[in-house]
Design a protein around this ligand. Structure first.
Ligand code: PHE
Length: 344
């Protein structure tokens, strides 16, 4: 080995052994391994050597550099351990102090409501059917009896993709058609499903409306399903979800895919129907849209409407969660603010 390389090697190791504090260690590193350090200087002399010696010399300096780097890291660990041991000895570190509690995750309030929904509907014999977030125009609108001129198709309301036939579903109802076609086996089998999932609407985001929100759709198809079944089923759900005495009322409404259509209210569970700020002094809270499946929709799902009938409903879990917990602003749901989420 070249004498200069060997000399530097000894010198550097000697100096390293004398470092005690991390400050000294840092100084050592800059003296030997730094940009203007001794090893760097050796690299600088390569050009002055006779050609035939350059390669061998360069290799030696490279080897020295890695050796010193490794020695540095070992020394660093040693000093760190010693400092720690010393601190412990001198009582600088109090190992009897309790540790910081580990942060626990929790379930999102929307997830909690969803699970509650799913449990109740499962107990009532409804299976979960997972439909598509990205939908075809036909499924979201036309097959649900929403003709091409319907205002819900407006660019103002719907997120279209670059393909004008593909969009983000604006409600979970397109899953009705998919469930009927897939589970109905050519319109020959009864169905009882719920279809939970995220929906998307291009809207001004405010305290009361978001561009994304979840819905839980329900669909029951059978030979003899009547409006009394719809009413009995939803009323039973309300009893299990809100409380055993929950009163439910049905108001005539309109949806293109149900006929007749009804909106469902429960008696305000915050004031027991007395009238309060949340129910706007009406004593009632709206919880769902619903109705008997329109014959056209049954046909589009593969069923013969002269033999089969069914009911459908759509609920907004966020709205119900807001009502239950007195949450004033829907933007909290997807805002990822830990101060909000930690409360659940
Ligand atoms: N899809 C309707 C909405 O988004 C709700 C609904 C579902 C109404 C099923 C009737 C039947 O408002």
């Amino acid at each position: 080995m070249s004498q200069t390389v060997e000399d530097l090697r000894r010198q550097a190791h000697d100096a390293l052994r004398k470092t005690i504090t991390s400050n000294e260690l840092v100084q050592w590193r800059s003296r030997y391994l730094g940009r203007k350090g001794a090893v760097g200087a050796l690299f600088g002399t390569i050009g002055k050597l006779p050609k035939e010696e350059r390669a061998a010399f360069g290799q030696q300096v490279n080897a020295l550099q890695s050796e010193l780097q490794k020695a540095f890291e070992e020394r660093e660990q040693l000093i760190r351990d010693q400092v720690l041991a010393q601190d412990l000895e001198e009582g600088e570190i109090d190992i009897t102090l309790p540790a910081y509690p580990r942060q626990m995750g929790g379930l999102h309030p929307a997830t909690r409501t969803h699970r509650e929904f799913q449990t109740i509907w499962a107990e009532m014999g409804f299976q979960v059917y997972q439909s598509h977030d990205v939908e075809e125009d036909d499924f979201n609108f036309t097959l649900l009896n929403l003709p091409p001129h319907h205002p819900a198709r407006d660019m103002q309301d719907t997120f279209y993709t670059t393909n004008p036939k593909v969009l983000l579903r604006t409600h979970t109802s397109p899953g009705q058609i998919r469930a009927m076609r897939e589970l109905g086996q050519g319109g020959s089998k009864p169905i009882r499903v719920i279809l939970p999932g995220m929906c998307y609407r291009q809207e001004q985001v405010t305290a009361r409306s978001e561009i994304q929100f979840t819905q839980v759709e329900g669909l029951a198809i059978g030979r003899n399903i009547r409006m009394s079944d719809l009413k009995g089923t939803i009323s039973e759900f309300a009893k299990r979800m809100f409380n055993t005495n929950a009163k439910v009322r049905y108001r005539a409404s309109y949806f293109p895919f149900t006929e007749p259509s009804m909106e469902v209210d429960v008696e305000c569970f915050l004031c027991d129907g007395e009238g309060c700020r949340v129910c706007k002094y009406t004593g009632w809270l709206e919880i769902a849209g619903s109705g008997m499946v329109h014959p056209t929709v049954l046909r589009n799902g593969g069923y013969d409407p002269s033999l089969w009938s069914g009911f459908a409903f759509g609920m907004g879990p966020e709205r119900i969660t807001m009502l239950k917990h007195g949450i004033q602003d829907i933007r909290y749901f997807w805002g990822n603010d830990l101060r909000f989420l930690k409360q659940f």
